[in-house]
Ligand binder design. Sequence first.
Ligand code: ST9
Ligand code: ZN
Ligand code: ZN
Length: 326
Amino acid sequence: MERAPASQEDLGAERGMTDDIFDTSYHEKEGPKPARRYVWRNIVLMSLLHAGALYGLWLGAAPQTPPHAQGFLCFLLSFLGVTAGAHRLWSHRSYKASLPLRVFGSFCPPCSLQNDIYEWARDHRVHHKFSETNADPHNATRGFFFSHIGWLLVRKHPDVLEKGSKLELADLKADKVVMFQRRFYKPSVVVMCFLLPTLVPWCCWGESLCNSFFLPAILRYVLVLNASWLVNSAAHMFGNRPYDRTINPRENRLVTLGALGEGFHNYHHTFPYDYATSEFGWHYNFTTAFIDLMCLLGLASDRKKVSREVVLARKIRTGDGSHKTG
Ligand code: ST9
Ligand code: ZN
Ligand code: ZN
């Protein structure tokens, strides 16, 4: 494991960016709220997508439908691309990845169609820096529905654009893999999220076109989306706060299970630069195990980890007492 830095601040700064650290100086502007502007294209598409996923569930439950190993694989890849790639690598720079791993990681996010990596990381950094304010794209104080899916159905609050435009993002702009993926995002989504998951089972083992489209493509995509969105909604509302009782994000075991280790959200918002997003190693944390494996294979390095002493001191100082401190 890599050397321990001198202090928590060093650990945050060592990555060459600190835009994911909560900004205590920001205060929301007073005055009337801007009008909510619905994006009807997104509302219609999301409704159709969820209706398609329900149909996929019904098809999947039919006894004659064979198991969909390929759907599971796609599900896992979509997850890892988001958790290990867009989230822990590109949003937080919590470890370093070699070129082959970054290229692989940039192929996975299109499987789960969650915006390009640049946009994902930009929104996510604003989310950490201005958490639970108007400048947070999925501000959970606006309710479960808004933080889950509603934020994708309306125009962003002007403060998100204003505060977001002040982020530096130089590391993302300098990353050729990220910029290449942004440039070819739309065609790659068509291929990786819809065409491949449909064509592989149809062409390779004679699955019906209908099953191939509604199960590995549509249902898988909707499951991955909702598992990700639960981090923004449920993990900001339900669970305990052992590290910092003054913030909303919580430790939520169900979300952790569904999102490969991304539900230790009170820890993550307290120590956003920790590559494991938790103090418990591989426990319920497949993404951490994956990053460790990549390090073992020489494809990743320089994992940032908060020391036990710092975690313990923080628990005692600001935690809600729900974890044993020993
Ligand atoms: C999706 C994302 O689902 C899911 C994210 C999940 C996050 C989870 C986080 C938890 C972490 C843990 C990891 C989770 C993993 C778990 C499991 C994984 C499987 N700063 O956006 P526009 C500017 S996506 C600075 O159009 P509108 C900028 O100039 C699903 N500037 O704003 C921009 O232009 P450009 C599929 C910003 O018009 C311009 O404004 N996608 C920022 O208000 C316009 O930007 C969808 O369904 C910023 N933050 O529209 C909808 N933001 O980008 C996709 C914007 O060119 N989105 N600017 O530089 C949209 O349609 C629109 O964004 C909108 C808002 C309607 C939502
Ligand atoms: Zn994060
Ligand atoms: Zn959060």
